[in-house]
Design a protein around this ligand. Structure first.
Ligand code: NAD
Length: 320
């Protein structure tokens, strides 16, 4: 009985979503004329570059650090030059994409955007503060998306009411577009609704990600969502195997690479993602589920404390 009530409700929701989707979401996604991206690190830069190339919209790229903006744009130019040299795009296309990236250190420059994607470090207070500001700065129709790997979307959405607790209307515009690393290469993107996210926001986010050439999967606002719920315990277990001497670094990476046909082993992948990011996600899984199976490895904690964050810091399980 309960199951049939559930499926009836789900069917109703699905019907109204399909109706909305066909009438408005595709149009609203197509009407995104300017994107905002906050954070010009490895994820934000990748999202901005893909948007410039695929959706061909101007991208206001905000970073609090001018050095990060300079580094990110230099990297974008390198990626575009590589695409030109491999004849994947013409020099004109590369120039056009580069011209669409508009860097700034001021979040206030996001006032004209139709869609914004936040990709700052995985620090809850930092994201809450940014979403509180976005609710004030961005136009009322703009979708406010986060690239968080693990922070509940419901909590990020609730932060939009911080400046004015009686106005919770902005929370329905918050959604997660969780891109995979490296963004220009990986096709998958996880779209996650918070409790407050409207079906219109969800559908528009799905359609906009398709405009970026991505293949969306929808997952629930549950610790780690789908991708990291599966991936991070795998990486953490590999680090525990190293820490407890079950295998050395090269054996661990080689058996998974050569035995499961993945492009890199779990330790190299952890370096690539960033060990601080991996630790932050494991802490969320551990705290939010209360399940000891998600305990972050001691070695992972120590490496983050040492500042050995993987590729981005020059040292992790490998030297760069
Ligand atoms: P990163 O450290 O490479 O980049 C973060 C950028 O944000 C930096 O350039 C930093 O200067 C900037 N920044 C910091 N505070 C800011 C502020 N107040 N305003 C504007 N910019 C600010 O981090 P990343 O790896 O790109 O991760 C970004 C987000 O994406 C995190 O939430 C992370 O969990 C998520 N994510 C990461 C991966 C991955 O593989 N690295 C994959 C999926 C999702």
């Amino acid at each position: 009985m309960a199951a049939s009530i559930m499926s009836a409700r789900q069917a109703l929701r699905l019907t109204s979503r399909v109706r909305y989707f066909s009438s408005t979401a595709a149009r609203q996604a197509a009407e995104v004329k300017r994107l905002g991206v906050i954070g010009a690190g490895q994820m934000g830069l990748g999202i901005a570059l893909v948007a410039a190339q695929k959706a061909q919209v101007p991208v206001t790229l905000v970073d609090s650090s001018q050095a990060s903006l300079d580094k990110g744009l230099a990297f974008a130019e390198k990626l575009l030059a590589k695409d030109v040299s491999k004849q994947r795009i013409s020099q004109e296309q590369a120039d056009a994409a580069r011209a669409l990236l508009q860097p700034t250190t001021s979040i206030d420059d996001l006032s004209p955007v139709d869609f914004v994607i936040e990709a700052v470090p995985e620090i809850p207070e930092l994201k809450f503060d940014i979403f509180s500001k976005l609710a004030q700065i961005c136009p009322k129709h703009a979708i406010l998306a986060t690239n968080t790997s693990s922070i509940p979307i419901t909590r990020i959405a609730a932060a939009t009411a911080r400046a004015n607790p009686t106005d919770t209307s902005n929370s329905s515009r918050v959604v997660s577009t969780h891109f995979m690393n490296p963004v220009p290469v990986q096709k998958g993107v996880e779209i996650i609704s918070g409790l407050q996210t409207s079906p219109e926001t969800l559908d528009t986010a799905i359609e906009f990600c398709k405009r970026l050439g991505k293949i969306p999967s929808v997952s629930a606002d549950s610790p780690g969502f789908l991708a990291n719920r599966i991936l991070m315990p795998y990486i953490n277990e590999a680090i525990i195997c190293l820490e407890t001497g079950v295998g050395d670094r090269d054996s661990i990476d080689a058996i998974m690479k050569n035995g499961t046909n993945v492009p890199m082993g779990p330790l190299q992948l952890a370096d690539f993602i960033g060990l601080d990011t991996c630790l932050a996600i494991m802490k969320v899984l551990h705290t939010d589920t209360g399940d000891s199976k998600y305990r972050p490895s001691v070695l992972l904690r120590n490496m983050v404390d040492a500042g050995w964050l993987g590729k981005k810091s020059g040292k992790g399980f490998y030297d760069y």
